[in-house]
Design a protein around this ligand. Structure first.
Ligand SMILES: Nc1ncnc2c1ncn2[C@@H]1O[C@H](COP(=O)(O)OP(=O)(O)OP(=O)(O)O)[C@@H](O)[C@H]1O
Ligand SMILES: [Mg+2]
Length: 325
């Protein structure tokens, strides 16, 4: 595996600019990804996610005026070859050659990485097995289903055992089982010290996998943080208290003013960001008032809500009440 010095960020890019004509796709964004973590870039169609991946993986260059980009400790401008040796890229669109078999596609990658014949064969077999493609290995890739092609694509990315992997929508088109398998593989890679830069349209995926998430909108990073931090940024979170005893319910409603009440289900909703501090104050208040709720649940907005709020879509869905965390 290509190792990066432990103190170095695997990816550190400052002031990335990229325009096509007069359209500013990236308008000065900063990205840093600590080694051995998963970073996810979210954003609506056309936000510039693929553009960012292409720049960071040396496929296209950033515009003049951008800051330094260091990948695996190497400056992209002065050592692009070293960067290429340190990374693997699975593009948004397949790099699989349909006319040759899955195994041949893998061996081609092994050649590109200058693996010996024996080493190439061993790596190909291992990865084909890992991605559940052993049975299909000797069939032309054009006979594969969309999901099989996607899995082959990602298997090919792993051939050189890169320390930093860019995955541009890796699970688009995969069925739920294959998606969960892919998540498992990504987690495994990261537990081995690999750094993953991931774009996705599935917010649930970023929520599941990413250590940090950045939301790209209008050329800027609209917000960045852990999934939980992002969810706390937008309103809609609340704590719900449910009672079975109408007397306890009544005494609770008369002491909390800002709560929304539902007399039929004997529940109270108190606006809250779900933080430890706010929860503690609600619990303290319940204790001091001698009130015991039968159930206390914290409802935070999910990443879909965050996405809609931050990317300026007018189509804001209702808060999901069942989203109990
Ligand atoms: N080679 C190009 N020439 C001109 N415009 C381009 C080029 N590549 C991308 N763009 C434009 O840049 C913007 C960002 O594109 P990009 O592919 O990075 O978006 P994305 O966030 O990956 O979108 P998606 O979710 O649809 O994959 C779009 O408006 C796109 O039309
Ligand atoms: Mg894209």
């Amino acid at each position: 595996m290509t190792t990066t010095p432990p103190t170095e960020h695997a990816i550190a890019a400052a002031g990335l600019h990229k325009a096509y004509g007069d359209k500013k796709v990236l308008d000065g964004i900063d990205i840093t990804v600590p080694t051995g973590t998963i970073f996810s870039l979210l954003g609506p169609n056309g936000a510039g996610k693929t553009t960012a991946v292409k720049i960071l993986s040396t496929l296209i260059s950033a515009d003049a005026g951008s800051g330094t980009i260091r990948i695996g400790g190497h400056d992209i401008a002065t050592h692009p070859q070293a960067v290429r040796a340190a990374i693997g890229v699975t593009g948004q669109f397949s790099a699989v050659d349909g006319l040759i078999t899955g195994e041949e596609n893998m061996l081609l990658m092994a050649d590109l990485h200058h693996l010996s014949k024996a080493e190439g064969k061993r790596t190909a077999a291992e990865l084909l097995e890992r991605f559940d493609l052993t049975d299909a290995a000797t069939k032309p890739a054009q006979t594969y289903s969309g999901g099989m092609k996607r899995r082959l694509d990602i298997a090919m990315t792993l051939v050189g055992n890169p320390g930093i992997i860019f995955l541009d929508e890796p699970t688009t088109g995969l069925d739920p089982r294959a998606r969960h398998n892919m998540w498992g593989i990504i987690r495994e890679l990261v537990s081995d010290g690999t750094t993953v830069f991931l774009t996705t349209q599935y917010l649930e995926e970023a929520d599941e996998l990413a250590d940090r998430i950045a939301v790209l909108n209008d050329g800027k990073i609209a917000a960045e943080g852990t999934a939980d931090e992002l969810k706390r940024l937008i309103p809609g979170g609340h704590v719900r208290l449910r009672f079975t005893d109408p007397v306890a319910y009544q005494s609770a409603t008369s002491t909390v003013r800002e709560a929304t009440r539902d007399d039929d289900s004997l529940t109270l909703q108190i606006p809250s960001d779900g933080s430890q501090r706010e929860l503690r104050s609600i619990l303290d208040w319940l204790d001091s008032a001698g009130i015991e709720a039968d159930e206390l649940t914290v409802h935070t907005p999910d990443l879909d809500d965050v996405f809609f709020a931050l990317t300026g879509s007018t189509d804001v869905p209702n808060q999901r009440q069942e989203n109990v965390r």
